[in-house]
Design a protein around this ligand. Structure first.
Ligand SMILES: [Zn+2]
Length: 476
């Protein structure tokens, strides 16, 4: 097996990735808080997760991936300050918190689908909603309390950061002291906390809060951080291979997840912590929720840009580098997309289903090596463009098996592009026979379907059955 290398924020080094259990990767990535549309900067983060998953699969791993949907407990400040984000939107829009969460979850999933981002595999195709895992969070808070790393106060159950720090563990990921970690936060702490650094696991005595659950400590609702510890460990076990998120998660959210999980289990929580950098505007400003109007996927559609161009735009930059967003930059990616698709459309059926030429394998190796080198996707993209250029130069399109494997990582669905083009150029009478055959197959009239196959073959067409129906290609 070819080694796969990834930058681990825990060690500040690019490390060879070796999973705990051979052949299987357990992977948790932080998902959206569903109170606003996810902007393109957020989508870059999910595209990064998708590329990481696809690359792990290229390397033969089964990827067990969990992603959450935060629909309660994420306050307007990451350090428990302000108001619950979902409830703030609910009040502003005159809707219930569930209506807000359902609406923005639906919007998020449509964007995920438009960008061809694969859904989580555990549970299959499902995102884990925080509100559906409150009992798991309550159980985990109970374990932390039992081990003496949390305490109950009138305003909530808090994680005892000073006690955890006594064991010299807080700040391991961010490499910041507590004062540094929290210096930028305007702390609106409850007066009954032992230390201003302590963070809420469970919030009590907030009668105005709409979403409330019973707990051993009283009616209330969970803090933001506990959901990720509870859901990841529920589905993936107490030690995860990979945990990812945006760089902004390092100093607080992920530090707190480590503290919660490791204090409860006494085991290492995450082996490889991986973080992606931001999408920035042309002025170098982070495109963020606090910066006012920020672009979303629909803005690209309005500008006539294909979602796959944004996918390729993100692929063309290293995930650890900031990426400058502009419509022109995404249009440049659209040009590359058009070039790749144009090649795909020109690959005939006969070539698509025969072996590649001998010279192609070393190009695939170069692609594989690039993505295995800490996801060097710009280099990998350059290899793809050069490979197509080489095919044109040699007048040899026998590269399609390599392209199909490459596309398992690129995610552009090039085979469908090729098939659509291959079937779009049929004369009307052939198209009519094809439609009749699809109809016969739908009726399970196999005698008729076989007769039509023979008819098409006698007229010089190769006939292939695909999930999309009969595929024809003119022989020769
Ligand atoms: Zn999280």
């Amino acid at each position: 097996m070819r080694p796969f290398f990834i930058y681990n924020t825990l060690s500040r080094k690019v490390e060879e990735f070796i999973p705990l259990k051979p052949g299987v990767v357990t992977y948790y990535s932080c998902g959206p808080t569903v109170y606003l549309p996810q902007h393109l900067g957020n989508m870059r983060s999910y595209l990064f997760t998708d590329t990481l998953k696809r690359t792990l699969r290229l390397n033969g791993y089964e990827v067990r991936h969990v992603m959450n949907i935060t629909d309660v407990g994420h306050m307007t400040s990451d350090q428990d300050g302000g108001e619950d984000k979902i409830e703030k939107t609910a009040r502003a829009e005159g809707r219930s918190p569930k209506e807000v969460a359902d609406y923005y979850t639906g919007l998020f999933i449509r964007n995920i689908e438009l960008l061809r981002i694969e859904k989580p595999t555990v549970p299959p195709g499902q995102f884990c909603r925080a509100t559906e895992h409150v009992p798991d969070m309550i159980a985990l808070i109970g374990r932390i309390l039992d081990r003496g790393y949390a305490y109950v106060a009138p305003s909530g159950v808090y994680f005892d950061v000073e006690k955890w720090r006594g064991a010299n563990r807080m700040g391991r990921l961010s490499r910041q002291s507590l004062e540094e970690q929290f210096s930028e936060q305007r702390l609106e702490h409850a007066s009954d906390k032992r230390s201003k650094h302590d963070f809420a696991l469970w919030v009590l005595n907030q009668p105005h809060h709409l979403m409330q659950w019973d707990s051993p400590w009283g009616r209330g609702y969970p803090g933001w951080h506990i959901e990720c510890s509870a859901m990841s460990m529920k589905y993936l076990g107490e030690t995860l291979d990979i945990h990812s998120g945006g760089l902004d998660h390092v100093p607080i959210h992920h530090e707190n997840e480590i503290a919660q999980s490791e204090s409860a289990t006494g085991k290492p929580f995450v082996r490889y912590f991986v973080h992606n950098a931001f999408l920035v505007g042309m002025e170098g400003v982070k495109i963020s929720k606090s910066a006012g109007r920020f672009p979303v996927l629909a803005d690209l559609a309005a500008a006539g840009i294909d979602p796959m161009a944004f996918r390729l735009f993100c692929f063309g930059a290293k995930y650890r580098s900031e990426l400058a967003f502009s419509l022109d930059a995404v249009r440049a990616a659209q040009t590359n997309l058009d070039y790749i698709r144009e090649f795909a459309r020109g690959v005939p059926e006969s070539i698509a289903h025969s072996p590649d030429s001998d010279w192609v394998e070393s190009w695939f190796d170069r692609f594989h090596e690039a993505v295995n080198n800490d996801l060097n996707t710009p280099q990998a993209l350059a290899v793809v463009l050069d490979l197509i250029g080489e095919a044109y130069r040699r007048g040899d399109k026998r590269i399609w098996n390599a392209m199909r494997r490459i596309d398992t990582v690129l995610g552009l669905d090039l085979e469908s592009v090729r098939q659509q083009a291959a079937s779009a150029i049929l004369p009307p009478e052939i198209e009519s026979l094809r439609a009749q055959r699809d109809e016969a197959r739908k009726r399970k009239d196999f005698a008729r379907s076989d007769a039509l196959r023979s008819e098409l073959q006698s007229r010089g067409y190769e006939v292939r059955d695909t999930p999309q129906g009969t595929l024809l290609h003119r022989r020769g």
